[in-house]
Design a binder for this molecule. Structure first.
Ligand code: BES
Ligand code: MN
Ligand code: ZN
Length: 494
């Protein structure tokens, strides 16, 4: 999809379809008012008779025989005083969805006229991300592909006085994030017989070929054994599919600049292992690599945008399978850190592969360490599908992630870290166990990971509730690519 910026008088801009904001008080504002005036009050009349509603996301299409727009798509934007970037995204998403079914090849959005407070960069960026997410389809495994979306060009009309350069930057950043999110969605949606650890590694290698500041190294199981990654190896040992650790360096600043390290959980299928999961919805455990997918997507976006910072991504990837070679509940393993772990529940596998990845990442002397994982069902219970769970031992880092989440519309909510959550991990046979009580399970998992941080500023992002949608719209969302990219851009030297 192509995006372009338009300035000038709304009433004179030619388009297949003008996307016009309508608010729930029925008062026409900005471009809608200007176009209405040139159409002698036609829109006002439609609103008055109740044919165009201001309810957020409501769309009404009108065909025109006169004027520069062949169609008007009136889009409800809710209460004017509440209109913000998130509502702009909701409204544009509804508009693009409504246009999918008809012949429109090109449209021009006037939603940026809805509120000055949003700013040209943010309006452009969210328009691009939303439209791209809306036209995304995953049909590579269908024998008959869906017809490609007809809508291939979206203009973004800017109110007078907008900063064009900022809007251009918004399109550039939005496009890179959308590309990264599409990659994360594709990887998440691919089933486990396609998206294997090897597939993730090949995807990373392809990124390094495409973006000159990315470099990839892939560790195989003998490498992991040499490094002493006993926790990761315990998870993969029941699977025939070989495990991988994918290491991606992004070098956008000098060699003396400490990198930001990010680990992403890449369990390409989580059966639970010997602590086998229940059958209902088990297919969704192909999404248990969405931490890895989100990290690869974010690295792709960073490779495209080339900010002045250094990043190192460490992605542990494997399957969690039962079998005669599989780890048994009660087995004790030694992690790369030297700490021993009693594996009481083989379904608490994410923390086992992450702890070795985090220990491995420490060799790069990062300024901070992030990990991203579909780690606990308990986080889904706590936060649903709205917020990513954030656990953080450092206030400035937590504030930076919170701000990035708000700006990128990919928000996080802080959940507690506390030593007492670790009491349930006590073991009579090893330094500690990998699972404890179900109560406060997201914080118990975070406590487990905190034992491998060794004083670094660290943030754990539990994306179990936000990385995919279930039911009729089942599929990967592309989160947390917007959050990670926004955070990395803000952390870069401007
Ligand atoms: N991948 C799951 C977490 C998960 C479950 C994400 C459901 C999304 C939906 C993880 O490996 C897991 O199984 N966690 C267990 C931990 C427990 C055994 C301590 C959980 O959350 O039940
Ligand atoms: Mn599990
Ligand atoms: Zn898992």
């Amino acid at each position: 999809m192509d995006f372009s910026l338009k300035t000038g008088k709304p009433a004179r801009q030619h388009t297949d379809c003008a996307i016009l904001p309508v608010f729930d008080d029925g008062v026409l504002r900005g471009a809608t008012e200007a176009i209405d005036r040139s159409a002698r009050g036609a829109i006002k009349q439609l609103v008055r008779v109740g044919d165009a509603a201001g309810r957020l996301g409501a769309t009404t299409l009108f065909h025109r025989t006169t004027g520069p727009a062949r169609r008007w798509l009136l889009v409800g934007c809710g209460k004017h005083a509440d209109f913000d970037a998130r509502r702009l995204a909701t409204a544009l998403g509804a508009a693009v969805a409504a246009l999918r079914g008809i012949g429109t090849r090109e449209a021009l959005s006037y939603l940026a006229y809805g509120a000055d407070s949003i700013g040209a960069e943010q309006a452009a960026r969210q328009s691009v991300e939303t439209a791209r997410a809306q036209v995304y389809r995953f049909d590579e495994l269908k024998s008959r592909r869906d017809p490609p979306p007809k809508l291939t060009r979206l203009g973004i009309s800017l109110p007078p006085g907008s900063e064009i350069r900022a809007a251009r930057r918004g399109i550039k950043i939005g496009t890179a994030i959308a590309n990264g999110a599409d990659l994360a969605r594709d990887l998440g949606n691919r089933p486990a017989n396609v998206c294997t650890p090897t597939h993730l590694a090949e995807t990373a290698r392809a990124l390094a070929k495409r973006f000159k500041k990315l470099e990839v190294k892939v560790l195989s199981e003998p490498d992991m054994r040499r490094l002493g990654m006993g926790a990761l190896l315990a998870v993969t040992q029941g699977a025939d599919e070989p495990a991988r650790v994918i290491v991606i360096h992004y070098r956008g600043a000098g060699p003396k600049v400490a990198p930001i390290a990010i680990c992403g959980k890449g369990v390409t299928f989580d059966t639970g292992g010997i602590s086998l999961k229940q059958p209902p919805k088990m297919d969704e455990m192909k999404f248990d690599m969405c931490g890895a997918g989100g990290v690869l997507g974010a690295m792709a976006a960073i490779g495209e945008l080339e900010p002045e910072c250094n990043v190192v991504a460490v992605v542990p990837a494997c399957e969690n399978m039962p079998g005669s070679d599989a780890t048994r509940p009660g087995d004790v393993v030694t992690s790369m850190s030297g700490q021993t772990i009693e594996i009481l529940n083989t379904d608490a596998e994410g923390r086992l592969i992450l702890c070795d990845a985090m220990t491995y990442a420490r060799q790069f002397k990062p300024r901070c360490l992030l990990d991203v994982a579909t780690l606990t069902g308990a986080c889904v219970v706590a936060l649903g599908h709205v917020y990513t769970g954030l656990f953080c031992n450092d206030e400035p880092l937590a504030a930076a992630l919170r701000a990035a989440g708000e700006r990128s519309l990919d928000p996080v909510w802080r959940l507690p870290l506390h030593d007492e959550y670790g009491e349930t991990l006590r073991s009579n046979f090893a330094d500690f166990a990998n699972s404890g009580t179900r109560d406060g399970g997201a914080s118990v998992a975070a406590n487990f990971l905190s034992r491998f941080v060794d004083g670094l500023p660290w943030a754990h992002l539990d994306i179990a509730g936000v990385a995919w949608r279930a039911n009729a719209n089942k599929g990967a969302t592309g989160r947390p690519v917007p959050l990670l990219v926004d955070f990395l851009l803000a952390a870069a030297v401007q």
